[in-house]
Design a protein around this ligand. Structure first.
Ligand code: AGP
Length: 607
């Protein structure tokens, strides 16, 4: 939700923090700020808007230091503004704090502090933290912080500096991600790896409740009671160039084009001689043998992958499967237990609603595995086993390659579970795998139609609303296509099961409504074709996704995106690609920043 970075060492802290914030901008970008300590003085510079505005301010001020903290914000409490930007300091300006998360009981704590004479300058929840530390400070920041976290409720990743102890940064996390990165005569704190990759690959993943005391030459990790924790730093594998644009205009377009290679990478990681090998994942047949039902928990695009996963798992394993939104599952008193397998799907592994759903499921005795794209993330560390999606860093807020990577893992896992349950033969599994191996090339064929799709987008720029229709395993594709459009172009768009049209939505159809119909070769094609005719009869403007060679559609509809004909059950890996490009171009032709859509952030680490 927000990005945090801190630096202490012998180099210029301001430029390092600024560069780190730029690599964290995808986590939130409505305001930014930096706080430094120099010659016993705390200086804070912050502003509304992108990090480039902060950079301009810093260039004018020419501030420099060897220790500092920085923050790029996605507003939760208090509108985007310079006074609500972080870092926040206590009223005596001795302590500065950057915070990612939500302090749920901040109002009562703020009222108490105001009664004790504290004057607040912002509307944020975060500003109570430096004032509470100040209140409990008696010469030891660590002790003061331990007292503060006893009264805080909610999620937080905190970076703290103080004029009273200028030789260290103190950091702590609870349900919001934070890493400690180790350099030579310099150390860092950060919300995510891209912020520090240019300097070091040695990181420590903080656990909930642990306090890090970060000096320039050493780092100490303490548990909740102040005892030293033995830690072994991990080496980060992914490299920064993967997180660069590589000549594409936007990260999103680059990530759409990466999908065929991501799918091939996943198959090479998990399929050996046409057999599925999950040994590295910690998933064992014994874990699955006792399972009687599956619940998939996810949010947003990952939830749409879960809806496809439901079809796949039921088709192959013949177990009952539900797909649930994390934000709903956690409050509905689910009837689950130790015979339930929960599959949590998350690109970031930090989505608060998904994590809360997982914790609720574990509390009720369910077994939890995850499908995730960030090693060391909270979700992976809270799962019994996990399937890493190998998609590489997904920087664009709109999830594309992570989605098809999640789908690919769901295909493989469905086959694996079905084999454990002896519901399909080894031959049947190999057959599906052979179909899967054809998908990367089919995706490349779709990507060759980019210019055509861009032209279709141009012709539909003036439409004020879109409807996306799909059936069966492509009903979730309709939901995903609609989500891509609305989150990127801010055009109202709704995904619907095509069979539902006659139960109401068909009233929406007229010449002002664009309707995207997913009509690829499938057992439900004839039904879909009938829907298309109903829409034409009401003068709806159709954009069809159809399989190559479909003359019937070609004769009837002007705007058709033809895709290779593939095994229908695998078609979601293909039908989503033109919808990603359609949304990309409807937004970019309107001049929007497709990598950083308004009001959104890459990882929603608050409820
Ligand atoms: C998808 O394009 C959105 N950015 C959003 O719906 C996202 O899928 C959702 O917030 C879940 O994120 P996660 O996969 O990191 O858990």
């Amino acid at each position: 939700m927000c990005g945090i970075i801190g630096y202490i060492g012998e180099r210029e802290a301001v430029s390092i923090i600024l560069e780190g914030l730029k690599r964290l901008e995808y986590r939130g970008y409505d305001s930014a700020g930096i706080g430094i300590l120099k010659e016993g003085k705390l200086s804070i510079l912050k502003c509304k808007g992108r990090i480039s505005y902060l950079q301009t301010l810093l260039e004018k001020k020419q501030i420099s230091a060897r220790i500092g903290i920085g923050h790029t914000r996605w507003a939760t409490h208090g509108e985007p503004s310079s006074r609500n930007a972080h870092p926040h300091s206590d009223f005596s300006r001795h302590i500065a704090v950057v915070h990612n998360g939500i302090i749920e009981n901040y109002q009562e704590l703020r009222k108490q502090l105001e009664k004790e004479g504290v004057r607040f300058t912002s509307e944020t929840d975060s500003e109570i933290v430096p004032n509470l530390i100040k209140k409990f400070y008696e010469g030891d920041l660590r002790k003061a912080l331990r007292k503060v976290i006893k009264i805080l409720r909610g999620s937080y990743a905190l970076g703290i500096i103080s004029v009273d102890e200028p030789d260290k940064i103190i950091a702590i996390r609870n349900d919001s991600p934070l890493i400690i990165a180790l350099g030579k005569k310099e150390n860092f704190i950060a919300s995510d790896i891209p912020a520090i990759l240019a300097y070091t690959r040695k990181v420590i993943y903080l656990n909930n409740g642990e306090i890090a005391v970060v000096g320039k030459d050493d780092v100490e990790i303490l548990d909740k009671r102040g005892r030293k924790v033995a830690v072994s730093p991990e080496k980060v594998s992914f490299n920064i160039e993967l997180a660069q644009k590589k000549g594409f205009k936007d990260f999103m377009l680059k990530e759409i084009y990466e999908q065929p290679s991501v799918l091939s990478r996943i198959l090479s990681q998990y399929v050996k001689d046409n057999r599925i090998d999950f040994k590295t994942s910690g998933i064992s047949p014994s874990l699955l043998k006792s399972i009687k039902e599956v619940v998939i928990i996810a949010c947003g695009t990952a939830f749409h992958a879960g809806l496809v996963g439901r079809y796949l798992l039921e088709t192959f394993s013949r177990l009952p499967v539900w797909a649930e939104l994390g934000s709903e599952f956690r409050y509905r008193h689910p009837v689950i237990g130790k015979k339930t397998l929960v599959i949590a799907i998350s690109q970031s592994g930090e989505t608060a609603d998904t994590l809360a759903g997982v914790r609720e499921a574990k509390r009720r005795g369910a077994r939890v595995i995850s499908i995730c794209n960030v090693l060391g993330s909270s979700l992976i560390r809270e799962s019994e086993a996990y399937l890493y999606t190998y998609a590489g860093p997904e920087i664009s807020v709109a999830s594309t390659k992570a989605y098809t990577a999640q789908l690919t893992l769901l295909y493989l896992f469905s086959l694996y579970l079905a084999r454990v349950k002896e519901k399909i033969s080894a031959e049947q599994s190999k057959k599906v795998i052979s179909y899967l191996k054809k998908i990367p090339q089919a995706q490349r064929k779709v990507l060759e139609r980019e210019a055509e799709i861009k032209e279709i987008a141009r012709k539909h720029l003036h439409f004020g609303a879109f409807l996306y229709l799909g059936r069966g395993v492509n009903f979730p594709t309709a939901l995903e296509g609609a989500l891509k459009l609305k989150e990127l172009s801010y055009i109202p768009a709704e995904g619907y099961a095509a069979g539902e049209m006659k139960h109401g939505p068909i009233a929406l159809i007229d010449e002002y409504r664009a309707v995207v119909c997913i009509a690829n070769d499938s057992p439900l094609y004839e039904k879909m074709f009938s829907n298309i005719q109903e829409i034409i009869a009401r003068r709806g403007k159709i954009i069809a996704i159809a399989s190559e060679g479909n003359e019937q559609i070609k004769r009837l509809i002007k705007e058709v995106i033809f895709i290779p004909s593939v095994e229908p059950l695998l078609s979601p890996l293909l039908t989503v690609v033109p919808l990603q490009l359609l949304a990309y171009y409807l937004a970019s032709l309107k001049g929007y920043d497709v990598d950083k859509p308004r009001n959104l952030a890459k990882s929603v680490t608050v409820e």
